[in-house]
Structures are given as structure tokens and as C-alpha cells.
Design a protein around this ligand. Structure first.
Ligand code: F3S
Length: 744
């Protein structure tokens, strides 16, 4: 006798997943309930009961522990009631049913009249109706469809156990009663495949054993298929029910089972049949096939020992994509894949809770937020403010559809089946960890400044951190807004995660660098060394020069051989210059710098250049109460004492000259060492006021103004102002120590 097992036979994907969920929860939790019978198979329910799994008929009956939702699913209000009671909900709704629920809710919310083809009182139908707030019409078949009134728009869905043929007939009928029809194929092929397998089995065998619950409609349907094929059919729940007399003079026996029949019962039946086969062979019946092992595909007894091994690789194929929509969120076609998804999915039941961080895939990026698939029954939404710690104007600047990201579950709304998610909190969590590590290691971080606020700067470190104004620089930072958008190198000063307080300091970094530079410079450099530096800041008395981490002071008097009223006349912040170290005070860490010392010194050959008696041209630099200083060349000023401004008595210098005037002066005395030159204008003819507008004009005017009787020569054009001219001796013109003022 040959024994053949239908392929597929037994548990479908959804039922197997629900049973695994129950088993897993029973192994983890002391109190586990199922809302209604988990499956239509009495022996399997008894086995689950032995694991401690109890059955309740309503949410209200469960007082504590875990509540498992069976494959048919329930409505959002019932789910909410369960959670409000404090029950842990393990939602084992079949993914095919979840998809149906989601479609019904979306279309009803979008204003479509939803039509659900199915059985009015089936739990799956009731659950789907609840997800669209009862707005769907439920019809059993094409006949009812033809009686519906004409509507401009209908969206059609099918209960997962409907047949393709019946559904197609309903759709055709509805199209005649509807302006615009939207259709989604939500039928699961698991039942149909078992029916087809049974039909084929009946065609090949003499006797068909249908294994399953005697109160199961699906099992009854499989038995009918066998009988319709003219076979002897026996519907059994357990192997022990099999009688040897059923197989007298039968060559081939077929075994089939519905989607609610567990593998262990099919295996039990197969083993019983092996026994019977042996008995028949010993009694002389069925000897011809005695050597034959049980036939069939992967559903043969040896394979059935592993419940996962009964998969045939084709069952549970994804439903056909939605007509016109192109959407299909149904599970994949491959059962192995589905099983893997299933295991992961079961794991999520246990820990899907607010506060949990889960991985997800960005489905859609919109102006209000970002939809993310995290494996929940519907996509979760990240509101814009939860996308980033930064202000987000365009969410596409932050994430794109298809991106895989981690998110934290903020809240679950079971009534609407929605999740609120936060990407910001995940990134901030990672940032806190980075900051903690960085602080422990004393690392320098590079941060970007987001904004200047009262009292400091806000920096981006994956979260908003604060740099107090007193820690922005070594000195006080006045213009904080200048730092916005710029990178700064900082160290972590304080961290208090529970208060969301992260304080950074740039000053600490600068001080450390400065100390290192100070040690290096103080150790290596001597007075007289010439270094390159960068002008860091200007003050009224000089400039601070950054020598590579250590600042030196370049006093205003050391900038130029000439008179400098303000350092900005000579230097600009950021300018690179060469300086000489004038003094090093290693005890006080002070460096005094000079710049003019490495420039040519105009006083070196001053006596030869400006011999006493020479008449030269210069420019009035400034007036003082006792006379006027005249610049002969940059860095060389001489004094015309008030008594030498004119032959006449002068009360105030401004009666004769004004700053900026070009004048001719006679050199009276030169003190090169003391850097003093005494000059005189007495008796020397001057150019007309306001006539010399520029150097060239002045020079041509000077040439024209030279009095013929003195024999003056105009200054050499190539040497410019202050060049000497041969003049008659003016010795004795002026000798007054009162006018001996340092000419710088
Ligand atoms: Fe799901 Fe289809 Fe089974 S809808 S529960 S896989 S019959």
C-alpha cells in the first residue's frame, strides 16, 4: 500500500506564526491568554492549554498578563481596551489580514466607499469593519453586489479566504454599479492551495484521510473535495481514530490537512498508517507496495517532524498588487522568508513599547513629517521637530525615502494603529555617548556653532550644547555672532544627561595649546630671534601677535621708526608679519616684540642726509604749544620751535602752519643719537597756502617757490620730500633746548 501526503498540508504561514507566538509568550510570561480560540483544532488547543495558555472570549475577561490576538485580528478599540487594562498585547494577526485592515482604513479615511467581500459574521470581517469605523459594506457575493445602488466611487477588498473566481465575479458586478472602482487583491492562497492539493491527491488515491478539526469549515471542504472525486473519505482529528478496515484492498491512501492542522498530528497519522500498512502486509494485503516508503513531497512523515519543514515554498504567495495603485505591502512570496519575518515579528510583540529604539525604513518624506516602516501594523510618523535637533525646513535635507534609520517609539496609538517616532532622540542618545567618551578621554571635538544666544554660543554636537561666553576664547569674546556657522575646537566641560546639560569650552583647548606653545617658545627661543607671527588683535597701545599659540606684545612705539598714532595705521588683524623678540620674561611668561628693529633705520645716516644749514621740504605732522613737528621722511620728524616759525612774534603755532601743510625748513641742529632735529622756518619763503595738493604738484611748486636770491635747489624728484638742498649757512639761527623734543 502506498501512502501519499498532500503538498501542502497543515499549518499555513499565519497560523504557524500565531502558534509560535503563543508558545514563545508562554515560555516567557506566567499568564498568557488568547482572545478566542487561537485555531480551529481541538487537539492543538489542548496542547496549548497544557503550556498554560488560557482562552478568554472578551478583553474584559483577561485580568492581567499577555493577550494574544489570533490571526483574524481585532478592531482598534478592542486593542486599546486591552492596553488600557494594562495587558501586554501580542498581536498575532496574520500579516495578510493586517494588510487588509490597513487598506480598509486608508481608503475609508480617503473618502472611498469600501466594499468588503466576505462573511458578515466572520471575526476577520468584523475586525476589518472596525478599522474603517463600520463604514464598509459587506457583501457575500455577486448577487448582493448587483443589488447595490449606483455610487460614483467604490473601493473593493476581499476577506482573505475568498476564492479568486468569486471575487472576480463580484468585482465585475460592482463595476456596473460604480463610476470609479478601486480594487485590491487581498486573498490569501493558502486555503486554495490545500484544496487544489487535496483534489490532486483524490485523483491519485483510493482512500483520502482528511486530518483536522471536525468543526472546521475548511476541513469539511477538503472532505467534500475528496468525496466529489468519488473517493472514500475519512475525516479524523487524531491518528488513533483510523480503522484498518478502511483500507482493505486499497492500493493508495492519501493524507491531507487544512491550514489549522499542526504537523505533529499529521505525523501521528502518518505513523499510524505505517503501522496499518505493516499489519496489512503481514496479513497478505498490500504486499506489492510493502517496500515503498510513504510518497508525497516534503509533507512525508520524516519531514513533518519539523513544523517549519512542512513549507512548500509556494504557499502564502503575496496577493496580486492593487489595481491602479501599484502598492503592495503584503508579505513576500517565499515562505522561508516569511518565516524569518515571522520570528522577527514575534519578537517585536514582546518589546514593542514606547521608549524602545527600533530600526526602520523611510517610506515617505512629507512637509508634516516622515513616514517610517518599523514593522508595526502601519507606518510610524516622525514629526518634523523629532527629526533633528536642528531646525528642519525641508525634511528631505535630513532623510530620503529608502533610508534605513533608527528611531525611538514615542507613543503607540492602538486605536488608529499609529506610532509616533523620534529620530532626534536616537541621535541625541548617540551624541551623549560620544560626549561621555570624549570627556573621559579628554579629546578635542570639532563643533559647528548654530547660534549666538544670551551668554554664549549654541554648538552642534549631535545635540545642542552650550559654550558660555567666558569659554569662547581665552579673553572675553565680545562679538559672539561672528562665530555662528564656524567650526570651533572644544572640550567637554560639564555633562548632565538627566538635565540635558552639555557645556563645552574652547578656552580650555586654547589654554592648553597656549601652555604647550609657551613651553616650546620659552624653551627654544632667545632674545633677538626673529619669528613670524600673525596679528591677533589691536589695542590703542599696540598689537598682540600670535607666535603659534603664544601671544607677544608689539608696543606701538616698536612698530615703526616714524610716529604711529594708532596701530591700525601699520597693521591689520590677521596680517602675517616678522617680529623680533626684544625681551623674554620667562617668569611672567611675557614676550615683548619689535618690528621696526628689522626695518631700515632712517636715523642711521641722518647727519649726512640733513646737514645743519640745509633747507629741506617737509610736512607739518602735528602742532604742540611750543612749536610744530615737521616730518622730513617717514620716521624722521624735526621740531620747529615756536620762536622759529616766523620772523615775527607768534603766540600760537597755528597762526603760521596747520597739520598737513608742506613747508620748507632749515636744519639747525641734528642729534642722531638722541633722534632729534631742530628746524627753522624763520626767514624762509614758504609755498602759497593750499597750492600743493599732492606730491607732484608740491614738488613742482617747491621748485618754483625756491627764492632765487638764496640759491636753493628743489629736492631731488627721485628722493622725494625731505631731500636736502644746498643753502647758505644758517648757523646761529636757533639754539634753544626748550625745543629739543624726541622726534618720534
Ligand atoms: Fe493568514 Fe492565509 Fe493562514 S490569511 S492565517 S496565511 S489562511
Amino acid at each position: 500500500m502506498e501512502i501519499i501526503v498532500a503538498n501542502p498540508a497543515g499549518f499555513c504561514f499565519g497560523v504557524r506564526r500565531a502558534v509560535k507566538t503563543a508558545e514563545k509568550m508562554a515560555s516567557l510570561r506566567p499568564e498568557v491568554n488568547t482572545l478566542g480560540p487561537l485555531i480551529h483544532n481541538r487537539p492543538e488547543l489542548e496542547r496549548l492549554a497544557e503550556l498554560g495558555i488560557r482562552q478568554v472570549e472578551a478583553v474584559e475577561e483577561a485580568t492581567a498578563g499577555t493577550l494574544i490576538i489570533r490571526t483574524h485580528g481585532i478592531g482598534p478599540r478592542e486593542l486599546a481596551r486591552a492596553r488600557e487594562k494594562g495587558l501586554e498585547v501580542a498581536d498575532a494577526t496574520c500579516p495578510y489580514v493586517l494588510r487588509l485592515q490597513r487598506k480598509a482604513r486608508e481608503w475609508a479615511a480617503a473618502g472611498w466607499q469600501v466594499v468588503l467581500v466576505g462573511e458578515m459574521n466572520h471575526p476577520e470581517t468584523k475586525g476589518v469593519m472596525a478599522w474603517c469605523e463600520g463604514k464598509a459594506e459587506v457583501i457575500a457575493g455577486a448577487e448582493e453586489a448587483r443589488k447595490l445602488p449606483f455610487l460614483p466611487r467604490r473601493a473593493v477588498l476581499a476577506q482573505t479566504t475568498q476564492t479568486q473566481e468569486g471575487y472576480a465575479e463580484v468585482i465585475a458586478a460592482l463595476r456596473e454599479r460604480t463610476g470609479e472602482t478601486r480594487v485590491e487583491d487581498t486573498i490569501c492562497l493558502a486555503t486554495r492551495k490545500r484544496q487544489e492539493a487535496t483534489k490532486q491527491l483524490a485523483a491519485e488515491t483510493d482512500v483520502v484521510l482528511v486530518v483536522g478539526g471536525k468543526n472546521s469549515a475548511n476541513t469539511g471542504h477538503l472532505a467534500d473535495i475528496g468525496r466529489d472525486a468519488g473517493r472514500s473519505v475519512h475525516l479524523i482529528e487524531r491518528g488513533r481514530e483510523i480503522e484498518i478496515g478502511w483500507f482493505s484492498e486499497k492500493d493508495k491512501v492519501g493524507i491531507t490537512a487544512g491550514a489549522s492542522t499542526p504537523a505533529w498530528i499529521i505525523k501521528e497519522v502518518c505513523m499510524k498508517m505505517e503501522e496499518i500498512k505493516e499489519q496489512l502486509e503481514q496479513s497478505g494485503e498490500g504486499a506489492e507496495a510493502a517496500a515503498e516508503p510513504p510518497a508525497g513531497g516534503e509533507g512525508a512523515p520524516a519531514d513533518i517532524a519539523d513544523p517549519a519543514g512542512e513549507a512548500n515554498g509556494t504557499e502564502g504567495e503575496a496577493p496580486v498588487a492593487a489595481e491602479g495603485t501599484g502598492e503592495d505591502a503584503a508579505p513576500g512570496a517565499d515562505e522561508a522568508e516569511l518565516m524569518e519575518e515571522s520570528v522577527n515579528y514575534i519578537d517585536t510583540f514582546i518589546s514593542f513599547r514606547p521608549g524602545q529604539v527600533v530600526a526602520g525604513k523611510v517610506i515617505q518624506v512629507g512637509p508634516e513629517g516622515v513616514l517610517v516602516d518599523v514593522g508595526y501594523k502601519s507606518e510610524g510618523i516622525i514629526p518634523l521637530r523629532e527629526l533633528s535637533h536642528r531646525f528642519v525646513e525641508n525634511p528631505e535635507d535630513v532623510v530620503r525615502a529608502g533610508d534605513e534609520i533608527n528611531v525611538r517609539i514615542l507613543s503607540i496609538n492602538p486605536e488608529e494603529g499609529t506610532l509616533r517616532l523620534s529620530r532626534r532622540q536616537v541621535l541625541e542618545g548617540e551624541a551623549w555617548e560620544r560626549l561621555q567618551k570624549s570627556r573621559a578621554a579628554g579629546e578635542i571635538l570639532e563643533v559647528t556653532i548654530l547660534e549666538a544666544v544670551k551668554g554664549g554660543l549654541v554648538a552642534d554636537v549631535g545635540l545642542r550644547a552650550f559654550i558660555p561666553a567666558s569659554h569662547v576664547d581665552v579673553g572675553f569674546a565680545n562679538h559672539l555672532e561672528e562665530y555662528v556657522g564656524k567650526p570651533l575646537r572644544v572640550k567637554v566641560l560639564e555633562l548632565e544627561r538627566n538635565k540635558r546639560r552639555a557645556i563645552l569650552s574652547r578656552k580650555v583647548v586654547l589654554e592648553e595649546e597656549r601652555n604647550a606653545a609657551r613651553e616650546r617658545i620659552m624653551g627654544e627661543v632667545e632674545e633677538g630671534a626673529v619669528l613670524r607671527g600673525r596679528v591677533k588683535s589691536l589695542t590703542s597701545f599696540g598689537a598682540f601677535i600670535d607666535l603659534g599659540g603664544l601671544d607677544g606684545l608689539l608696543h606701538i612705539s616698536e612698530m615703526s621708526w616714524g610716529r604711529v598714532m594708532h596701530p591700525s595705521e601699520v597693521l591689520q588683524p590677521g596680517q602675517e608679519i616678522e617680529v623680533i623678540i626684544l625681551r623674554l620674561d620667562r617668569d611672567k611668561d611675557k614676550i615683548s616684540l619689535g618690528m621696526k628693529q628689522i626695518l631700515p633705520n632712517p636715523w642711521e645716516k641722518i647727519s649726512a642726509k640733513y646737514p645743519e644749514g640745509a633747507i629741506v621740504r617737509g610736512k607739518v605732522a602735528r602742532l604742540v604749544s611750543f612749536g610744530a613737528f615737521v616730518e622730513l621722511e617717514p620716521g624722521v620728524d624735526g621740531l620747529v620751535h615756536i620762536s622759529h616759525l616766523s620772523r615775527h612774534r607768534v603766540q600760537k603755532p597755528e597762526e603760521v602752519v596747520q597739520p598737513g601743510d608742506t613747508v620748507y625748513v632749515q636744519v639747525i641742529k641734528v642729534d642722531a643719537e638722541g633722534r632729534r632735529i631742530n628746524l627753522s622756518m624763520r626767514g624762509i619763503e614758504q609755498p602759497a597756502k593750499g597750492a600743493a595738493k599732492n606730491k607732484r604738484e608740491a614738488e613742482s611748486e617747491a621748485a618754483a617757490d625756491v627764492p632765487a636770491e638764496t640759491g636753493w635747489e628743489s629736492p631731488d624728484e627721485t628722493t622725494g620730500e625731505g631731500e636736502t638742498a644746498d643753502v647758505p649757512s644758517a648757523a646761529g639761527y636757533f639754539s634753544n633746548d626748550e625745543g629739543s623734543v624726541e622726534a618720534k
